[in-house]
Design a protein around this ligand. Sequence first.
Ligand code: EPU
Length: 381
Amino acid sequence: MGGTCESPAAASVILIRGGRPLSGEVLISGAKNAALPAIFASLLTPEPVWLGNVPHLTDVETALELIRALGKRVRWEEHWLVIEQDAPPSDTPPRELVQRMRASFLCLGPILARKGRARVPLPGGCPIGARPVDLHLKGLAALGAKIEMHGGQVVAEAQELRGEEVRLNYPSVGATEQLLLAGALAQGETTVLNPAREPEVEDLGRLLSAIGAEVSWRRDRVVIRGREELSGARHRVIPDRIEAGTYLLAAAAVGGKVRVRGVVPQHLQALLVKLHEAALEVNQGQDWVQVVAEGRPQALKVETGPYPGFPTDLQPPLVSALTLAEGESVVRETVFENRFGHVEGLVRMGADIRRQGQGLVVRGVEKLVGARVIAPDLRAG
Ligand code: EPU
């Protein structure tokens, strides 16, 4: 169970003996970043919520600990995670759990919508960037919440949330999710203009529709019609496109033939276009993608961006693959201002990487060498 930037892992050591091509097939797990908001969505209803395809990860355990502290009972039944109401919902999640994992902040919207008030500590900083929550708070205020800060805590109150039009000046994943969650119990329609369109956000939309709120996507907006009460539902979370992309990039880096199964190839398009551009053989079927890498990949120019752009979460493994490419690659990071923690370790292993403004110039080398390195913060590390 590795850590992520959402919750840094306790130190563990992985020993890798390299120098061999990879070959095989991997069944991809459910998406962490779809499972976490789905778990917090269960706070919106007293009815049971059954979630399928939830991965067994530290962050999921943290989310479950948090909803338990807020009055939920949780059990695994075969492949389903079953979440039921145990005690009357509380409005104050434990500080330590919110600060352990940034995604915990998503409990704010559901608690506020259900209880009329919430006290949620601000999530901590993060090695990949400042990651403020101003868009979450502005959005909730637009829906009628009175928001104050007391000693590092957000204290939010609203007798009733009212649907409104909220424009995000950046398509933030978390802020869009926060507003969909709160909008599900708000009166009338909440419209988020310039929302994030990541598959995980759309997956949350499907769960909210399944419990009774109506979510509809248009070109530049998402509209959610709230309900006074929401029901339970069964929902299977989507596969993890970042886990899948990481395996495909591993094949691109060291050569071989790797197939990921149980994926939605459409979610991986930005990566697949780049793998193709790097002269690798990419094949896909309805629920699988395969990369065949015989020689070194060609150098690439890549810029990360909100979906359907190239995912920032795949930038570290992409850079790793490009350290072995033929030619000079340029990778620009536009989502997080400081997501370069992997560079130091790669340089120790012999990579030729230079920082240039908000990006990296990677000159491909023929070979890397083993070294003792630290993979800071991210699962992609
Ligand atoms: N931002 C603001 N104000 C806000 C919210 C965001 O300025 O109120 C900025 C952030 O500082 C950042 C940018 O907007 O520079 C993007 O942040 P976003 O809100 O879109 O990201 P997030 O919701 O904090 C989720 C994932 C991240 C993933 C990003 C981008 C979860 C739990 N986390 O974070 O995943 O990198 O979207 O796709 O869904 C991970 O899985 O380890 C991870 C870091």
